[in-house]
Structures are given as structure tokens and as C-alpha cells.
Design a protein around this ligand. Sequence first.
Ligand code: NIG
Ligand code: FE
Length: 412
Amino acid sequence: MYDLILYNIGQLILPVFKDRPLKGKEMKELPLKANAAMGIIEGKVAWLGSSAEAESFKASVRIDIKGKVVSPGLVDPHTHLVFAGSREHELSLKQAGIPYLEILAQGGGILSTVSATKNASEEELLEKASFHLERMISFGVTTLEAKSGYGLDADTELKQLRVIQLLKENYPVSIVPTFLGAHAVPPEWKGKEALFLEEMSALFDEIRENRLADFVDIFCETGVFTIEQSREYLQIAKDKGFGLKVHADEIDPLGGAELAVSLGAASADHLVAASNEGIKRLAKNSTVAVLLPGTTFYLGKDQFARARKMIDEGAAVALATDFNPGSCVTENLQMIMSLAALKLKMSAEEIWNSVTINAAHAIGKAKEAGTLDIGRSADFVIWDVPNYQYIPYHFGVNHAQSVFHAGKNLWE
Ligand code: NIG
Ligand code: FE
């Protein structure tokens, strides 16, 4: 007796799970089951087979998918979910041609969100983050990463991490918290970056003991933190048992990709300016290149991350929204799938692997999320589309018909 049977699934998308992310050509493989059915017991996938076989099975609830598409729940492996305020006033600065790092250097950008976040209560942050999280879920996301990084002082960073903890308790989705205390240099620490990083790394023990973050991340960029500062900081985090992530080579080619690989980071994110050498090292290793084409689009740049070169040389690629109030203001991972097709020239198969199994690898969740198999959590999306290629093709709208986590419909 099944709790739930889905039948008449036109295409059931089943990304391949390995003990490392899919790399290079492997990303082109996207196993599909036609005329498929799936049985669920106690929130887990209990059976996968054909629609014909499912006819004789007993189930409390049966859903006719009517030939449409079912995929694993999407995984968004890079979001700045918790912050206060908004920065719509920066749009006109961007239109006037003032670069992102210049707005930051003038005390705006990330630093303006930092002021708002310092002044917000935990309840206010929770209410706002809940609003954005519900929207992410509505677009098909059932597993995501969420960073701190708009505090840059002990109290506010911990406040943000506690909010992520509350989101985890309040919502039936999987959330992986990342400590990004090294997101920018606060004005009072300008010129004392190394000391500021010491201040942030002094929080590692408390964060670890209270399980407030799985990963530590840093913004390694011109005018923010150097390669050497980043290396030292991340090494301390690694020694304390954290997984690592790097905001790497977003604007200038500093060697962030090389740094991430040399430290065994789970992911190097952005990589728009990654060097040939950086790409070569990614290809030789399993650090996931998390690409954020929504950010390049939103910052109005012409040059996107070189996804084709990365995949053709053998790297593992994932995609994320980078949802944040400054450089990518969207919760819509489906929109990112379209940008990946149009701007990164990724194939539909590569794109699906990038928002499922490889995204799960980028946040240490590949054993639980990113594909569907017997015994795995029944996290899936029913898509109101005729085939899997349709989603990157028809952009800017929501194709998710319903979103399930652990066998439970999150829209009911
Ligand atoms: O990933 N690049 C640094 N951090 C964010 C932007 C945060 C913001 O502008 O508020 C990013 O794009
Ligand atoms: Fe980011």
C-alpha cells in the first residue's frame, strides 16, 4: 500500500548520482523514463517503474501526471537569503555606468544592506526571508544554501545564522547554512583587513558548536579580500571542520578558482573572470564551478562565465540564483536555466544536471537531494510542460505545477 502514486509521467528526470559531481561530458547524460510511475511511502521513494505496472498497485492517493514532466526538487546552491531592506535606488547608479565595486567603495552596495540588516530585529529578518523562501519554493526549489554576510560584526552575523536556523525549523525544505562574515570590509576596518578576518574567524568555534553553518565562504575580489588573506582564513575554517566555498574571480581574475581547488573547496562560485589555468585546475578536480548568469545579466555585463570551456575541458558545473538585494534580485531558478541556455550556451541536459545533482554536490547534499531513487526523500516537482527542454526555452514565468518535499505537497 503506497501513500502516493504518480502515474502517466511523460518524462521522469533521473540525474545520475556518483560519489563526486558529474564532470564535462558526463553532464550531457540525463536519464529519462517515459510513461513512468513513482510510488511513495512515508515520504520516501519506494518504487519506480512504468505506468502500466502501477495500475494494479493500491495507494491512498493517485495523481495522473497527464504526460507532463516530473523532476527531482531543484537545488539552489548559492543564495543570500537573509537581509533587510532593498536597493532599488542603485538601479539609476548602474544606469549611469557606475561599476558595482565603485558603489561598494563609496559605502553603498553590500554595505548599505549591512546597515539595514544591523538595524533589523531577528523577527523582521525572519519575516522577510520567509517571504523570499516561499517564492523560491514556488519555483520548484526544495534544497538550498543560504548565506549570512550582511552583518560583518559578531552579533549581526550570528543573528542572520539564527534566522537561517529558524527557517530550517519552520519550512519543510532542506537549507544548508553558510557563514559569509568575510563578505566585505566594513568602513571602520578599512586597511585592517587581516585583523577583521581574525575577528570573523574568532566566531568559527561558536558557529560550529551551535551547528549554525556547514560552510565558510569569502568574497575574494579586488578591494575586498586578497588571495593570501582568503587562503589563510579558509585554511583556519577547514581545520575547524567547515566545508569551503569561495566567491571567486567574479570581476577580476585574481586566481580564486585556483585557490578554491587547492583548498579542496566544495565550490568556486561566479568565475566570470576565471583564468585558463583556473579552468584547467577545476577540470582536474571535483570542486564544483557554481555559475551565476543571473548576476552577470543583472550587472549589465556582456562577458558571461565561460561555461562551454569549463564543461568541454571536463569541469563540474552547477547553476544558482545568487539571490541577493544588489547583484541578482530574483528567486527564480527557472529564469537562471534560461540564461544558462542563452548566455552560457549550455545544453538542456547540462542545465538540468546543474540545478539538481551537481548543485547538490556543491553544498554537500548529493546523497539526499538532486535525484530520485528508492529510499531517497520524495522531493520532486510536477512541471506543467510537455518535455524537459521546454523550461529553459519559455523564460521568465513559473512552470512548476506543484512542489513536493518528503512526499508532502508544499502548496496545499
Ligand atoms: O554574490 N559578490 C558578492 N556578493 C554578492 C552580492 C551581494 C550584494 O550585492 O548585496 C554576490 O553577487
Ligand atoms: Fe553571492
